[in-house]
Design a protein around this ligand. Structure first.
Ligand SMILES: NC(=O)c1ccc[n+]([C@@H]2O[C@H](COP(=O)([O-])OP(=O)(O)OC[C@H]3O[C@@H](n4cnc5c(N)ncnc54)[C@H](O)[C@@H]3O)[C@@H](O)[C@H]2O)c1
Length: 472
């Protein structure tokens, strides 16, 4: 059986850090990445009978991505699909074959003996219920992020996972991303010294990025199972936008924080091994997309990560802005006492400081010239004695930057699926990179940011016990 640590070590063997002037093209020509879209190695099926049968629950946008992704992993097959919009079941058969079992009721997928694992790709307000039902039905579960819609739903998912003994992976693919795992190695090796702060943002540039997804022409409401869609959300008459653009409404979605902070926090927790912040404060506004939505389109949060045996205390700031023209980029910057790592989606650049900033004494903005001449000369004499001449500089001298890039076509979602399939195949839930506890620890600070923005106060969170702390 392969432990999670061995598995991650295996990753180390398949990637290479592109240092100095080495380019990705050079590396590829040496065969490091040739033709690859993933960097992890799938465990081979033992026989034809060792096929993992998949049920897809939610055949919307990510359902298609996730299913097509897992089907690239050898020894997987789709057998059943559930969705609440009839034309999406028609489409499922068009894409994955007429033999597919399709239904509007996900419980019929869970009841099937031939389904080994399910991909849960439904709106956020259904994640906890379907995950728990699937684990109780003895299925391995890949549940899309955020793991829960509300923080207090997390414990039941964790309990169901523990009781089941099944593999449970939350779908924040940054937990298995090559760029994140390579940055983690650099961080753990102490290459940037002690962490002092982390800044992240993820912005969008266009209407699709702001969740204005295409709605079907000539929509027939009879094709939508509206009552089932609402689930535990407040009852209301059918409204197409709420069904097809559910992220815009907090009854079903978790806003920009639940949708996107979760990715950034997953990356941060993967790199640092942090369990989460203790205090969360956020501002939320709806400034740009005044289209009837009730979710903020701009959230900025600051969080306070406590000192642990793994990390010093550090400040975390994060922002998501959906305003068109806001940037369309994802960025994480870890600032340490000896260097900085700047991480994008599939790459990073690390700059190490050769030495700390030395005082400057000739010209410029420094106090030395304000002292009498004799005092200045004495300062310089002492300083020259203490430091070698080449250290007299105000400028921070960097060592050459270290850059890491994934190969063209690299898909971290595929690596995340390989982790899921390998854990099922090895029958070892500990090989997972984002289990239910990790999932809650990534979701909770994001959901707490929504709470803070709404309530206009600081939210206190115990990241170890995974509990909100009430203050009077
Ligand atoms: N990991 C990622 O990068 C990533 C990217 C996009 C979306 N997601 C997550 O995936 C989930 C789905 O997002 P999406 O963009 O695919 O949404 P979507 O609206 O495109 O698809 C959701 C589908 O679920 C179906 N559905 C809703 N309730 C259901 C139920 N009870 N049973 C069966 N089917 C049901 C809907 O009919 C719809 O077809 C969300 O939680 C989202 O946060 C993750």
């Amino acid at each position: 059986m392969q432990s999670r640590r061995q598995f991650l070590r295996q990753l180390g063997g398949t990637t290479a850090l592109l240092a100095g002037s080495e380019t990705l093209a050079n590396a590829a020509s040496r065969g490091l990445y040739a033709g690859s879209t993933h960097l992890l190695t799938p465990l081979a099926p033992r026989s034809a009978a060792d096929t993992i049968n998949i049920g897809l629950i939610g055949a919307g946008i990510i359902g298609h991505y996730d299913l097509n992704c897992i089907l690239k992993v050898p020894g997987t097959k789709v057998v059943a699909v559930a969705d609440l919009y009839q034309p999406r079941l028609v489409r499922a058969k068009e894409v994955w074959g007429n033999d597919l079992f399709t239904t509007r009721d996900y419980r019929e997928v869970l009841a099937r003996k031939d389904v080994d694992a399910v991909l849960i790709c439904v709106p956020d307000h259904w994640h906890d219920r379907i995950s728990i039902d699937a684990l109780r039905a003895g299925k391995h579960v890949y549940c899309e992020k955020p793991m829960v819609h509300h923080i207090d739903e997390g414990k039941a998912v964790i309990d169901a996972h523990k009781k089941s003994g099944k593999v449970f992976q939350v779908g924040s693919q940054r937990a298995s991303s090559a760029a994140v795992l390579e940055a983690k190695k650099r961080y753990e090796a102490g290459d940037i010294g002690e962490l002092t702060s982390v800044e992240t943002f993820l912005d969008r540039t266009d209407a699709l990025g702001a969740w204005q997804y295409t709605m079907p022409p000539n929509l027939d409401p009879k094709d939508v199972d509206w009552d089932r869609f609402l689930g535990d959300a407040p009852k209301r008459p059918f409204q197409a936008e709420r069904f097809f653009r559910w992220r815009n409404y907090t009854d079903y979605g978790t806003g920009v924080a639940g949708d996107l902070f979760v990715h950034l926090i997953t990356g941060l927790h993967t790199i640092t091994g942090s369990q989460g912040p203790t205090r969360i404060f956020a501002l939320g506004d709806l400034n740009f997309w005044k289209d009837g939505r009730d979710a903020y389109d701009l959230v900025t949060a600051i969080m306070d990560y406590p000192k642990t045996d793994k990390n010093p205390s550090f400040q975390f700031t994060t922002r998501v802005n959906l305003a068109t023209g806001a940037g369309g980029d994802i960025h994480t910057r870890l600032v340490g006492t000896e260097g900085v790592i700047d991480i994008g989606w599939n790459s990073f650049v690390m700059n190490r400081l050769k030495r700390p900033n030395a005082p400057m004494y000739s010209t410029g903005y420094d106090a030395l010239f304000t002292y009498p001449k004799a005092m200045q000369e004495e300062f310089i004499r002492q300083y020259e004695q203490k430091y070698p001449a080449d250290q007299f500089s105000r400028t921070i001298k960097n060592e050459p930057a270290v850059a890491f890039n994934t190969p063209a076509g690299y898909d971290d979602r595929l690596d995340h699926m390989i982790v899921f399939v390998n854990a099922i195949r090895a029958n070892d839930p500990s090989m997972i990179t984002e289990d239910a506890e990790f999932g809650l620890r990534a979701a909770a600070p994001s959901l707490a940011a929504n709470m803070s923005a709404k309530q206009r106060n600081v939210i206190n969170w115990d990241p170890v016990a995974m509990k909100l702390i009430k203050t009077t």
